[in-house]
Design a protein around this ligand. Structure first.
Ligand code: PMP
Ligand code: GLN
Length: 370
């Protein structure tokens, strides 16, 4: 879809990446590191300043303590962390529980490991997306090894509620499952919604690998600096896999990200405010054009129901939108398993992580087009 956006001169509200750079202090720190010799292999598990900054961030923000020597590994984006965790922990034939729709890396990494995903559908309701706890309980069997949870969630914008997190934690504890949580949008929450890591629930710290990344928090998606935190034995298993995936991640960027985590909370708060305003601009345009909007509680993406249009199938709608309205968006069903695509067939994921001028033009184009 990014290619289609380029070819048609469309505004790309498909792939989620910002069009504004991250904090200048962090970028300058990377520039300094490049010209001052941080250009050879860093330690496999990441540089000491970054691991310490991650440990401090998790402790201060969520009161979850991690020992930076043994319980943190820096990775090439959250993508490598998720893949390494799944490869490290799943044997061929084992099963992973995920929610549907899901970020595309989870099923792909499961297949690398020879494992299989069991997807619990998130159903669009008047109160947002919900899953059926009975379906979750029924999905566990003797082969289940992991639960992969993404909150704030891509592509729906859902933030799992305390009751839902407790339900997932109860299932993990009851069946001795490991959780891998993808928290790349941990800072990007709107209105009164807050992010709670699954690892902060009683009994979960010792069975959860928590994954995050600098990409979304600092608008540095091209840096691909991510990490995982968890109990020593799980992080050690991940490090064994990382040794043969990439061995180490980009040296000059790591200490710059540490500076971001230590001193740029104010910048991130500004980003969150801008994103909230952008979501409003896009939602208003979509509503004016007659769509039903399912707002994002967190993350980069909102959902619009295109059934009121003369192209009620999201797939057709998204194929035509670049030509009709010079906008690219992604059908939500692209993130779903074949058995669930019908549930999402009229839903479209729009990114709102572009600057406000671009969002205004996009909203205007939608209003004019429909
Ligand atoms: N998880 C989710 C839910 C995402 O939306 C993305 C996209 N950036 C990633 C992981 C990948 O993160 P990274 O670029 O740090 O690998
Ligand atoms: N996370 C972003 C998205 O979901 C982009 C990542 C990617 O293009 N692989 O659109």
């Amino acid at each position: 879809m990014t290619d289609l956006a380029l070819r048609t001169g469309s505004i790309n509200l498909g792939q989620g990446f910002p069009d504004t750079d991250g904090p200048s202090k962090v970028i300058e720190a990377a520039r300094q590191a490049l010209s001052h010799g941080a250009n050879q292999y860093p330690p496999l598990n990441g540089t000491a300043p970054l691991r310490e900054a991650i440990a401090n961030q998790r402790q201060h923000r969520y009161q979850t303590p991690y020992n930076p020597q043994e319980q943190i590994v820096v990775t090439t984006g959250a993508t490598e962390a998720i893949t390494a965790a799944i490869l490290a922990l799943c044997e061929p034939g084992e099963e992973i529980i995920t929610f549907d729709p899901a970020y595309d890396v989870y099923p792909a990494a499961a297949r690398f490991a020879g494992a299989r995903c069991r997807r619990i559908p998130l159903c669009p309701t008047l109160h947002g997306y919900e899953f059926d706890p009975q379906e979750l309980a029924a999905a566990v069997n003797a082969k289940t090894r992991l639960v992969v949870l993404n909150t704030p969630h891509n592509p729906t914008g859902k933030i799992f509620t305390s009751a839902e997190l407790q339900n997932i934690a109860d299932v993990c504890i009851r069946h001795n499952l490991i959780a891998v949580t993808d928290e790349v949008y941990e800072y990007l929450t709107y209105e009164d919604y807050e992010h709670t890591p699954l690892a902060s629930l009683p009994g979960m710290e010792e069975r959860t690998l928590t994954v995050s990344s600098a990409g979304k928090t600092f608008s540095l998606t091209g840096w691909k600096v991510g990490w995982a935190c968890g109990p020593t034995h799980l992080v050690s298993a991940m490090r064994s896999v990382k040794q043969y995936l990439t061995f180490a991640s980009a040296a000059p960027l790591q200490d710059a990200v540490a500076i971001g985590l230590t001193s740029e909370e104010g910048w991130v708060a500004g980003l969150r405010r801008n994103l909230a305003a952008n979501q409003e601009i896009l939602s208003q345009g979509l509503r004016k054009a007659g769509f039903n909007v399912l707002p994002a509680e967190g993350g980069y993406f909102l959902q619009a129901d295109v059934s009121p249009t003369d192209q009620p199938e999201a797939l057709d709608f998204c194929r035509n939108l670049p030509h009709m309205g010079k906008i690219v968006a992604i059908p939500t069903q692209a993130f779903s398993a074949p058995e669930n695509t019908k549930r999402y067939s009229s839903l479209v994921r729009f990114a709102f992580c572009k600057n406000d001028e671009v969002m205004k033009v996009a909203a205007q184009r939608i209003v004019t087009c429909f």
